[in-house]
Design a protein around this ligand. Structure first.
Ligand SMILES: [Zn+2]
Length: 60
C-alpha cells in the first residue's frame, strides 16, 4: 500500500432519476466511472488530452 491520495471525483447528475452523486476516477486513471444509485445506469467520463476538465456533468 502506498501513501493515501485523495481520490479525484466529479459531480454527476443523473437525469434518469434526477439524482446528483459523485463519481470517482477509475484505477487506471483514464475515466470517471459511476452508476446511478437508483437504476444503476452507467456513466463514464473520459479524461485525457482534449477532454474537458469540467467537474460537473450530467447523464441522460
Ligand atoms: Zn437512474
Amino acid at each position: 500500500m502506498g501513501p493515501r491520495k485523495p481520490r479525484p471525483y466529479i459531480g454527476m447528475f443523473f437525469k434518469c432519476c434526477h439524482v446528483y452523486v459523485r463519481i470517482y476516477l477509475n484505477k487506471a486513471g483514464t475515466a470517471y466511472v459511476g452508476h446511478c444509485p437508483k437504476c444503476a445506469r452507467k456513466a463514464t467520463v473520459r479524461v485525457g488530452p482534449g477532454g474537458s476538465d469540467s467537474r460537473f456533468w450530467s447523464a441522460e
